[in-house]
Design a protein. Sequence first.
Length: 194
Amino acid sequence: MKSKPNQLLLLICFATISFAVNAQTVQKSEGKKFQLQNEVTLPVKDFGKVYNVPFAEDRPDSTMAYKIVFEASQPIDTFSQIYPPLEHVARMYNLHVYGGVPQKNLDVVLVIAGFGIPAAMNNEAYKKKYGVDNPNLKVLEELKAAGVKIVGCAQAMMKNSIDPSDLNPIIKPIFSRFTTVSSYQLKGYAYFKE
């Protein structure tokens, strides 16, 4: 019978010590700030930087085939800088690869349309129209080299007075973004728009 009070006393001592050690650990970790990781470079090497986030969950499924159509049609704010949706599609592509998806499992279509269509122009026409070199050429080349299919809306070209000969030769003209995007969606492609 004497052992029950001793066991209770031992349990109380153990709980008190555990609480004290745990409290010290919490105090030490509260004083520490999260350390950001270095950037990681992937298939679209000069654009679309991603970060090492070992603590993150819900990673891409490396065994799945990803079909994505990305519409870039928001207005261009500054003609001397890279069109932000192009940086974002590069980042999206790199994130999938860094997350473990083999490039052969990525089927990405970039549809440049609407107010974004000037980004699809060749350098000579862009410089003539906006007075600066087209800053989008390199990111478009890297996206194409990574395996992204890049198309430009012919309706937007006509609306913005862009002659077909002014289109960057790596970009294929399509009938319209609406018909192309809807066709890809009906084929099961995930849809992103900026």
